[in-house]
Design a protein around this ligand. Structure first.
Ligand code: FES
Ligand SMILES: [Fe+2]
Length: 447
C-alpha cells in the first residue's frame, strides 16, 4: 500500500480552505485552465437546447445550434458584458441580451443589434461573437475548458478513459437533479469523497451492503483517483450475520433469488449475484458482456480533478460536482445527478424494474420529459426538509463543522492516514498549482 506521506510532500494546511489568495489562484489556474464537466449531453440533444454552467465568476453557455453542432462560449454579452442566460437547462432559437437586446445565434455569432448605424466602428462579426470555449464530450458528459491551449480531454483524463469504458454511463437516464449550497470550501467536499476512513463512524448503514475495509485505491496522473469497493457483502470488520441484511435481501429478490436460501450462507451472496447477473445478461434488460465478474458486484468511484466524483455500479451512477462560491471561499455548491440504466425492453427488460445501488432520494417527477433541478441549502437537509439520500445527507450535515474547525487559529494542518491517500493525491495536484503561483513559498509550506 502506498503511504499518504509518500504522496503529499507538502502539508495540507487549514489556510487553503478559506484564504482568498488560494481562491484567486484556483480561479486563474484551475477553473480557467482545466477541463470541467459542464453538462449532460442528453440535455443538448435537440437544436435550440442550451445549458448554462456557472463556476466561480465564470459562466459558460453550451448550445446545440441549428446546424446540429455543439458550441460553448462565455455567458457575457460582447456589448457591455451582461450575463445573457440564467444558470440551468433551457431551449431557445436565439439568445437576446436582456439589456439592449443584442441578439446572438446559438453558434455564438452576433445576429444583430438595435441601431447598428450608431456604432462608429461598425459591428465587426469576428470581434463581437461570444467568446468561444473549448468543448468535448465523454461518456455522455459535456466538458468545457476556458484555456484555448489546453491538451485534449482524453489526454487529461488519461487512464480513466479505459477504466470507465466497460460501463454504459452514456446510456443512463437522469432521474434526479439536485444542488445544495454548503458552508464549506469546495475542496472540503472533495476531501470528504476521497476517503472511506469516516464511513464506519458516520455511515453505519454501509456495513450492511459494502465492505469498505477491503476497498482498493488507485492514483492517476493529473490528480485523478479511483476507488473500488466490494458490494453485496457485509463489512469484513464485523462478524458475518446469520441472515442476509435488508439490502442484500432486496438485491437478491430483484434478481429473482429467494433470500431465505442464504440463511447461514451470507458470505456466498456476492458469488450468487455475479452468477445470476451473468446468466441473466442479455435477457433481463441489462448487457453485462463488457464487464468482468468483479465489476458486476463492485462499486467504483472515479474522482476527476479538480471537482467531479463519479460513484457508480453497472446499473447506476451519482455524478457529484463541487463548485466554488464566486465570492466566499468558505462556501460552495454540490450538484448531484442521479443517473440510472433502464432495463432495455429489446433485451427482455422492463424499464420499471431498475436494479441499482445508486438510488435517488425519491422525490423527482419529470416535467416535459426532464426532472427539474432542485436547489436548496444545507439547512434544508439538517431540518429533514430535503434529502440527497441518507449517506450524502450524513456527509453534508458535517461539512460546515469541518470548515469552521479548519478555519480556527487552533488548526494548522491535516494529519493524514494511509486510508486518506486519495486526499493526499488531490492536494498534491493542487500544490503544483499553488507552488507555480508562489503561494507555498509565501506560506512557508515548500517541501
Ligand atoms: S449589454 Fe448586452 S446588449 Fe447591451
Ligand atoms: Fe461519507
Amino acid at each position: 500500500m502506498i503511504k499518504a506521506t509518500e504522496v503529499a510532500t507538502v502539508p495540507v494546511d487549514g489556510t487553503r480552505y478559506h484564504d482568498r489568495r488560494h481562491a484567486r489562484v484556483e480561479s486563474d489556474h484551475i477553473w480557467r485552465k482545466t477541463w470541467l464537466l459542464a453538462a449532460l449531453a442528453s440535455d443538448l440533444e435537440t437544436p435550440n437546447g442550451t445549458v448554462t454552467f456557472d463556476v466561480g465568476h465564470d459562466s459558460i453557455i453550451i448550445a446545440r445550434a441549428k446546424d446540429g453542432a455543439l458550441y460553448a462560449y462565455h455567458n457575457a454579452c460582447t456589448h457591455r458584458g451582461t450575463r445573457l442566460l440564467e444558470e440551468g437547462v433551457g431551449s431557445t432559437p436565439l439568445i437576446t441580451c436582456p439589456y439592449h437586446a443584442w441578439c446572438f445565434k446559438l453558434d455564438g455569432s452576433l445576429r444583430g443589434a438595435p441601431d447598428p448605424d450608431s456604432f462608429a466602428e461598425g459591428l465587426p462579426a469576428d470581434r463581437l461573437r461570444l467568446k468561444p470555449v473549448r468543448l468535448e464530450t465523454w461518456q455522455g458528459f459535456v466538458f468545457v475548458n476556458m484555456d484555448p491551449e489546453a491538451e485534449p480531454l482524453s489526454g487529461f483524463l488519461g487512464k480513466l478513459v479505459e477504466r470507465a469504458a466497460p460501463y454504459q454511463i452514456a446510456k443512463m437516464d437522469l432521474i434526479e437533479d439536485q444542488t445544495v449550497s454548503v458552508g464549506c470550501n469546495w475542496k472540503a467536499m472533495i476531501d470528504n469523497f476521497s476517503e472511506l476512513y469516516h464511513v464506519d463512524h458516520i455511515h453505519p448503514q454501509h456495513k450492511r451492503f459494502v465492505d469498505c475495509p477491503s476497498a482498493t485505491d488507485e492514483l492517476f496522473e493529473n490528480g485523478h483517483t479511483g476507488l473500488y469497493v466490494p458490494g453485496f457483502v457485509t463489512d469484513s470488520r464485523y462478524p458475518v450475520p446469520d441472515k442476509p441484511t435488508d439490502y442484500q435481501e432486496m438485491q437478491l429478490t430483484a434478481l429473482g433469488i429467494d433470500a431465505s436460501e442464504f440463511v447461514g450462507r451470507v458470505a456466498e451472496i456476492p458469488a450468487a449475484i455475479t452468477r445470476a447477473k451473468r446468466e441473466q445478461s442479455g435477457s433481463n434488460g441489462y448487457d453485462y458482456s463488457a464487464l468482468s465478474d468483479e465489476q458486476l458486484t463492485t462499486v467504483f468511484q472515479y474522482n476527476l480533478f479538480p471537482n467531479i466524483i463519479l460513484s457508480g455500479s453497472p446499473e447506476g451512477l451519482w455524478m457529484m460536482r463541487s463548485r466554488p462560491h464566486p465570492d466566499d471561499p468558505s462556501k460552495s455548491y454540490l450538484d448531484k445527478w442521479t443517473l440510472q440504466l433502464s432495463p432495455d425492453p429489446a433485451l427482455g427488460g422492463n424499464p420499471e424494474h431498475k436494479q441499482t445501488m445508486h438510488a435517488a432520494s425519491g422525490n423527482s417527477e419529470a416535467v416535459d420529459g426532464r426532472v427539474p433541478r432542485d436547489c436548496f441549502g444545507h439547512e434544508d437537509i439538517l431540518s429533514g426538509n430535503k434529502s440527497m439520500t441518507e449517506t450524502i445527507d450524513q456527509d453534508i450535515s458535517l461539512l460546515a463543522r469541518v470548515q469552521a474547525g479548519a478555519r480556527s487559529s487552533g488548526f494548522d494542518r491535516a494529519w493524514l492516514s494511509d486510508q486518506e491517500i486519495r486526499v493526499a493525491h488531490f492536494h498534491d495536484a493542487l500544490n503544483e498549482t499553488y507552488r507555480a503561483a508562489g503561494l507555498l513559498e509565501e506560506m512557508n509550506l515548500s517541501a
